[in-house]
Design a protein around this ligand. Structure first.
Ligand SMILES: NC(=O)c1ccc[n+]([C@@H]2O[C@H](COP(=O)([O-])OP(=O)(O)OC[C@H]3O[C@@H](n4cnc5c(N)ncnc54)[C@H](OP(=O)(O)O)[C@@H]3O)[C@@H](O)[C@H]2O)c1
Length: 285
């Protein structure tokens, strides 16, 4: 692709940022659709967030992804924030619409799209969600109106309880919470249709960790592990060997990126191209 004076610039900000997959996915998508756009990664320290947003305005950067640790701090510098990002208190996508900076959060919708793209429909189903951190909150928010029942288990009970209480105010679904323990997991898994690990358990370097004992898994369960580093976690391997349906964290990553792409370009994201680019890159690193 040739960069010219007309090329529109997009990017991702975070700290650290070296590991980000967004440039490979988004540049592959721009190229596939022959859009005159480019996507860069910017390491932005927490004290520079306000300056980064001013820079976005001044330089006419058309869109940004926002990753840790800026998802919350950036909100105060934006012109508008959509209801989902407002509820989550976290923005992962900024659109520069004719000089107005609009904030969105595509993590939850990305998880939902990842499930559906893999033929897992949460409507009316019991979902067991492990974790109550940033990613789990986004997933819980998008599932609260879709799933039949949602159980949120977290190592520290309080964030799970607070999240469940908040969600219950906006949904008429059965939403409960508890402490993450072998007993609570086993009990809730017995009649669950979908299990989502949204904790960091199993993430590099702790690849030998898993929140689930293999004997609790069953064939008719769909298992999504949002950890994408490694691509196949210990949990995913165990689920695969019980013939459960497995959705990797890369899928959520791709679909949250695809949703950002669609906000920025109003074009349907070339998901297959983005998946190939992300997996190629992950195999290399
Ligand atoms: N696939 C994707 O698109 C995607 C997107 C975002 C994040 N992720 C991945 O999802 C994971 C969580 O990310 P996050 O942004 O939600 O992080 P976070 O906000 O820091 O939350 C971490 C969560 O993991 C739990 N946890 C951490 N270590 C634990 C342990 N040893 N035992 C039990 N629970 C533990 C925490 O419980 P406490 O509250 O008790 O500390 C909390 O619920 C990371 O691996 C991240 O890379 C994937």
């Amino acid at each position: 692709m040739t960069i010219s004076g007309k090329t529109r610039v997009y990017g991702v900000i975070g700290d650290p940022i070296d590991h980000t997959l967004s440039p490979v996915m988004q540049n592959a998508a721009f190229e596939a659709l022959k859009l005159d756009c480019t996507f860069l990664a910017f390491k932005v320290k927490p004290v520079e967030v306000s300056n980064a947003v001013s820079g976005m305005r001044a330089l006419g950067i058309q869109g940004l992804n926002v990753t840790m640790p800026h998802k919350n701090a950036i909100i105060q510098f934006l012109d508008e924030v959509d209801p989902t990002a407002r509820f989550l208190n976290a923005v992962n996508t900024i659109q520069n619409k004719n000089g107005k900076l609009l904030g969105f959060n595509t993590d939850g919708v990305g998880a939902l799209r990842a499930l559906r793209a893999n033929a897992v429909e949460p409507k009316g189903k019991k979902v067991l969600l492990l974790g109550a951190g940033g990613a789990a909150r986004a997933i819980a928010y998008s599932l609260a109106s879709e799933a039949g029942e949602l159980v949120i288990l977290n190592r520290s009970a309080k964030p799970a309880e607070e999240l469940a209480n908040l969600l219950k105010q906006a949904s008429n679904k059965k939403i409960t919470s508890g402490t993450l323990s072998p007993e609570t997991i086993e009990t809730n898994l017995a009649d669950a249709h979908i299990l989502i690990n949204a904790t960091s358990i199993g993430m590099k370097p702790n690849v030998d960790e898993t929140p689930i004992k293999p004997e609790w898994l069953k064939r008719n369960l769909a298992v999504m592990d949002i950890v994408y580093n490694p691509v196949e976690t210990k949990l995913a391997k165990a689920a695969k060997s019980t013939k459960a349906k497995v959705i990797s964290g890369v899928e959520m990553l791709i679909y949250q990126g695809a949703s950002s792409f669609e906000i920025w370009t109003s074009s349907k994201a070339p998901v297959e191209v983005m998946r190939k680019a992300a997996l190629n890159h992950l195999q290399k690193v």
